[in-house]
Design a protein around this ligand. Structure first.
Ligand code: 3HC
Ligand code: NAI
Length: 691
């Protein structure tokens, strides 16, 4: 054992009469690091060797049982003893072991509990096997032991969703045997009542199940998990529980776990796991208290206002939803109601729950209704004059200390703040559509935003289960700024010779759910058109400008909602088909500009798009708009459909050949021409952790 471990044992063996209690004490979350595995193995052997002990309880110190394997160890070969060795020792022991699941038992933590002869959970306990969300499958018996408790079909659902299951449901599913106020005390009693008898999960027969039911579970998991390799492998491994002898199936599970652990996808997902925890850290906010927020007012009951209201009501906040007049408010509330009706009919929530959530939203016309709110979020039209007017009024009516947030997509939050006499309370809370679904929340810190206001917005963001990422003021903040650069390059490629469907196909082949042109058609071309008209006076005439989208808009082709945009849409169709008229318009456009069209390969399109994102990210990092490179990756992955398994543009770039990346950036600069700026790539790729 190492000196550190000897000084502070991470596994303590405490005696309670004839029962040993093995306490895992490895803050912050009792992950099964090497010292924990070694300590556990030693303790299991000690229990075996001591004739005075009838059995043992395993529990975690603090509020966690065991959060799982230590994810930081996954980037290199795992040192002995392995977790499967600990699991095997518990199963091989002649004495009963009971897990006192006193908090989260996830991944390897739950596998440890499964290896025990019984499980007692506290009310706060959460169990689950979230390995697929890290690009791997359970590697310490989970895929073999869980089916022996719940059957193959249920195990497929639990493992492939990676979902976290609360104590009550865990008891219903028989993942735990009991719930107790004091899990440890109850577990000690349970060990005594077992009179030395083992109930090994590994010796249980896998219940016979209808093939059709198993197949249905597998198909549903493949669909929900987009056929990622870890989902396919998890299903294979779970199915082995019903077809192969236990030792072979366990060995195959570990082999698959190790193979997947070394994949790029697993590294990307580990990186994102730590990136999320890192995003919560703001050096100068340490010790700053968030203000209490219970009542939230939303100004503007349009697309965003409605989604934001739902997000808050879902999380238990009291919401006031306002708009300028009665009919607009009514329309907004109707949309809220429709959303909850949909949730009830799809079975996501019960009728009573829907009613409770709906009742939290009070609708009112006029700004005065926002006067009692602790937080006001403005989501009116994207118009600086209007936003300033709204904030000037809010300044007069909002209670002192209320946080005043704008959901603006592009506008200058500092200018908006100047419309009030309390710019310290003003910031941006930029939600993504649909706001009650999308996890990302850009929190925009203005130059005068107080630390208390920022801390409050971050706390509230987490309170509504969003992923808050801090941005500074700058046109489009982090996400829209990068997205705008990427979309512009997509249009430049179309002007140079690619067709919209070729660009979309290349981007989708990389892993985005939709290419940029399909996204534009879905969002509506008119919004960007208006934005271009707004920016026209400031446009540098020497910079390349593609007029094709303007021509489409002039013809009333605003995208899906008008049946035509970059594509043509059959009534009710979600995907468009390439339109010969658009093709002709594009060819004519290039000709008029004297551009000789040339073919693009899929790889060329992908590199150009990705190099654009990387360069723009480097620029905004240089300007201090984003705090750290990993924040940029979180924004792209959680708000813009960048494939999670690639970890975000900067993580992706950090794994490419550096010389090629430089060549591609040179080529990007050449193609873009006047106005191109090159960012500091070294700084952007200095990722603190790489998975
Ligand atoms: N390994 C290493 N570090 C971990 C960790 C893990 N499994 N889980 C959490 N941490 C670290 C976090 O990085 C964070 O560190 P920091 O303070 O330096 O930033 C700290 O622990 C606290 O984590 P959270 O901020 O997430 O704390 P919360 O209290 O909000 O949540 C939790 C606690 C629910 C346990 C949450 O941390 C969690 O979900 N952890 C990951 C669980 C997981 O995915 N386990 C599966 C691992 S894979 C595995 O077990 C393979 C097996 O099959 C062999
Ligand atoms: P929307 O047009 O659907 O809704 C705007 C609402 O504001 C309308 O209901 C309108 O009646 C109301 N309104 C206008 N003036 C008002 C006033 N003086 N007082 C009270 N209400 C007033 O617009 P949408 O799409 O919801 O956008 C709102 C804001 O959110 C904009 O700033 C937009 O840039 C931003 N945003 C939009 C996203 C999107 O995908 N639609 C994504 C993220 C941000």
């Amino acid at each position: 054992m190492s000196e550190v471990a000897a000084a502070a044992p991470v596994v303590r063996l405490e005696r309670h009469g004839n029962v040993a209690v093995l306490v895992i004490d490895n803050p912050p979350v009792n992950a099964t690091s090497r010292v924990v595995r070694a300590g556990l193995l030693e303790a299991v052997h000690a229990v075996d060797a001591d004739a005075a002990l009838a059995g043992a309880v395993i529990c975690g110190a603090g509020k966690t049982f065991v959060a799982g394997a230590d994810i930081r160890e996954f980037g290199r070969p795992i040192e002995e003893p392995s977790l499967p060795a600990v699991v095997a020792a518990i199963l091989a022991s002649g004495k009963p072991f009971v897990a006192a699941v006193n908090g989260a038992a996830l991944g390897g933590g739950f596998e440890l509990a499964l290896a025990c002869d019984a499980r007692v959970a506290s009310r706060e306990a959460i169990v689950g096997l979230p390995e697929v969300s890290l690009g791997i499958i359970p590697g310490a018996g989970g895929t073999q032991h869980l089916p022996r408790l719940v059957g193959i079909a249920a195990a497929i659902e639990i493992i492939c969703s990676g979902r976290r299951i609360r104590a009550e449901e865990a008891l219903r599913l028989r993942l735990v045997d009991r719930i107790a106020e004091n899990a440890c005390a109850e577990a000690i009693e349970l060990v005594r009542s077992m009179h030395g008898l083992k109930q090994r999960v590994s010796e249980r027969a896998v219940r016979r199940e209808d093939d059709a039911k198993v197949e249905e579970a597998a198909q549903a998991a493949l669909k929900a998990g987009r056929k990622r390799p870890q989902i396919v492998a998890a299903i294979e491994s779970i199915r082995r529980a019903g077809t192969e002898p236990y030792p072979e199936a366990i060995a195959a599970e570990r082999e698959t776990f190790n193979r997947l652990r070394e994949s790029t996808e697993a590294a990307a997902l580990r990186y994102l796991f730590f990136a999320e925890r890192e995003a919560a850290k703001v050096p100068d906010l340490e010790g700053i208290e968030a203000r209490p927020v219970a009542r939230v007012a939303i100004i503007g009951a349009g697309t965003m206002g409605v989604g934001i209201a739902i997000a808050f009501a879902d999380a238990g906040y009291e919401v006031t939803l306002t708009d300028r007049d009665e009919p607009s408010v009514k329309r907004g509330l109707e949309r809220v109601r429709k959303n909850y009706d949909g949730s009830v009919s799809s079975g996501r929530i019960g009728e009573d729950e829907a009613r409770r959530r709906l009742a939290r939203i009070l609708a009112a016309s006029g700004l005065a209704a926002a006067s009692g709110a602790d937080l006001v979020i403005e989501a009116v039209f994207e118009d600086m004059g209007l936003k300033k007017e709204v904030f000037a009024q809010l300044d007069r009516i909002a209670r002192p200390g209320a946080i005043l947030a704008t959901n603006t997509s592009y506008l200058d939050v500092d200018e908006i703040a100047q419309a009030t006499a309390r710019p310290g309370d003003v910031l941006g809370m930029h939600f993504f559509s649909p706001a009650h679904v999308m996890r990302l929340l850009e929190v925009v810190r203005g130059k005068n935003t107080s630390r208390e206001a920022l801390a409050t917005a971050l706390a509230v963001g987490r309170g509504i289960r969003k992923l808050p990422v801090i941005a500074r003021v700058g046109d489009g903040f982090i996400g829209n700024r990068i997205y705008a650069a990427y979309r512009r390059q997509a249009e430049l490629m179309v002007e140079e010779g690619a067709m919209p469907e070729e660009v979309d196909a290349a981007i989708e082949a990389f892993g985005f759910a939709m290419g940029p042109f399909a996204v534009s058609d879905l969002a509506g071309l008119d919004i960007a058109w208006r934005n271009r008209q707004r920016l026209a006076p400031t446009r540098d005439p020497r910079a390349r400008y593609v007029e094709i989208a303007d021509r489409l808009c002039e013809q009333g082709r605003f995208g899906q909602k008008t049946g035509a945009g970059w594509y043509r849409y059959e009534p009710g169709a979600r995907r468009g088909t390439p339109d010969p008229e658009v093709r002709a318009m594009i060819e004519e456009h290039s000709k008029r500009k004297g551009i000789a069209r040339r073919p693009f390969t899929r790889e060329e399109i992908q590199w150009r798009a990705l190099a654009t994102m990387v360069n723009e990210a480097a620029l905004l990092l240089g300007e201090g708009v984003a705090q750290r490179p990993s924040d940029v990756d979180l924004v792209l992955v959680n708000g813009y459909g960048f494939p999670k398994h690639e970890g975000g543009p900067l993580f992706w770039a950090s794994r490419q050949d550096r010389a090629r990346l430089e060549r591609e950036l040179d080529a990007l600069g050449q193609a873009t021409g006047h106005g191109f700026q090159r960012g500091d790539i070294d700084a952007a790729l200095a990722l603190p952790f790489r998975g």
